[in-house]
Design a protein around this ligand. Structure first.
Ligand SMILES: NC(=O)c1ccc[n+]([C@@H]2O[C@H](COP(=O)([O-])OP(=O)(O)OC[C@H]3O[C@@H](n4cnc5c(N)ncnc54)[C@H](OP(=O)(O)O)[C@@H]3O)[C@@H](O)[C@H]2O)c1
Length: 300
């Protein structure tokens, strides 16, 4: 089982969850999906101890959720932590309620452990979005409310209309992308008692990008000499140290997507490494390159 972190309020989250972005397609359903491979990857992860499964209605235009439903069929639903998200632009009361019902149906469950806004939708008043989330929570369809890619002030604005506290904020965060630090989110999460959930803790470039801004992968030996040095010291791989660094702060958890059992195990081993304060600071202060904003979904 993957260990959990606990907030002051008692809410718990596994330190590492399984991502499903690019399972079943990207924003559209894949024309030649690798359904069996994806289903097997989810089941392999569950067998290894992953319980938090993160998906979204936009992943594969709903197909990722369908794959999760098939994959989790043989497992005890109560032992899993299922999280999904409503897409940006569907945050008014009727749209959000319909989106949630769609996700529940595709996932084959009558409740989600966590339901998040995928990105802020500033065109819909937060009061209305919050009312939709409040009624879904009261109806027992969602057990916790989350957001993604929210700046501290945006999170506070939504929170002021919610009946229950926001438990998670998913953000693009890894050694190279430091936007959450720059805008004070790490401190905000601790003060307001919610988890930051780092998405893309390892991958540094957008898939298919013609001219990647970073020409190397974080797991490549020789690409980031500082990471090589720290990894050697801990007898670990670069990916393990990158993950250990990501989840080192008190309120940080992470999501990892992999279809490779070796990489899934590397993720588990990574979150069990506790890097000392000095190495944490060395990596934080000297890792190069540092991007101050996400190249994919900047905070709003
Ligand atoms: N809320 C949001 O706005 C948002 C945005 C993006 C993502 N997310 C969530 O966060 C999850 C994680 O992010 P992500 O999938 O973009 O990125 P990621 O987990 O950092 O990277 C995934 C990629 O890294 C490879 N990989 C994983 N471990 C590896 C290792 N040890 N060595 C070499 N390659 C490795 C995987 O390939 P293999 O299959 O070959 O291992 C896969 O191609 C997503 O799946 C999604 O659920 C949320």
């Amino acid at each position: 089982m993957i260990p959990k972190k606990r907030l002051r309020c008692g809410f718990e989250l596994p330190i590492l969850g399984l991502g499903t972005w690019l399972m079943g397609g990207d924003m559209a359903r894949a024309t030649s999906p690798q359904d069996q491979l994806d289903i097997r990857a989810i089941q392999t992860a569950i067998d290894m101890g992953y319980t938090h499964i993160d998906t979204a209605e936009i992943y594969g235009d709903g197909h990722a959720e369908e794959l999760v439903r098939t994959a989790i069929g043989p497992y005890d639903r109560q032992q899993l932590f299922l999280a999904s998200k409503v897409r940006q632009g569907r945050h008014d009361k009727a749209q959000l309620a319909a989106a949630l019902d769609g996700s529940l149906k595709r996932l084959g469950t009558d409740y989600l452990d966590l339901y998040s806004l995928h990105r802020p939708t500033l065109e819909t008043p937060f009061e209305e979005t919050a009312a939709a989330l409040n009624s879904a929570y009261k109806a027992g369809k969602i057990r916790a409310i989350g957001v993604c890619n929210f700046l501290p002030q945006t999170l506070d604005a939504l929170q002021s209309f919610l009946d229950v506290p926001i438990r998670t904020n998913q953000v693009h965060y890894n050694l190279a992308f430091r936007e959450p630090e720059a805008c004070g989110l790490l401190q905000h999460a601790e003060e307001k008692d919610y988890f930051l959930v780092a998405w893309r803790p390892l991958r540094l470039t957008k898939r298919g990008e013609a001219a990647p801004k970073i020409a190397a992968n974080i797991w490549d030996k020789g690409a980031f000499p500082l990471l090589d040095q720290v990894a050697e010291k801990y007898h670990a791989t670069n990916s393990q140290i990158a993950l250990a660094w990501t989840v080192a702060p008190k309120n940080l958890c992470a999501l990892l997507k992999s279809s490779n059992p070796i990489h899934l195990q590397e993720g588990i081993d990574g979150i069990h490494i506790s890097i000392n304060n000095s190495d944490y600071r060395i990596l934080s202060d000297n890792f190069n390159p540092i991007y101050q904003a996400s190249d994919t979904v900047p905070l709003t």
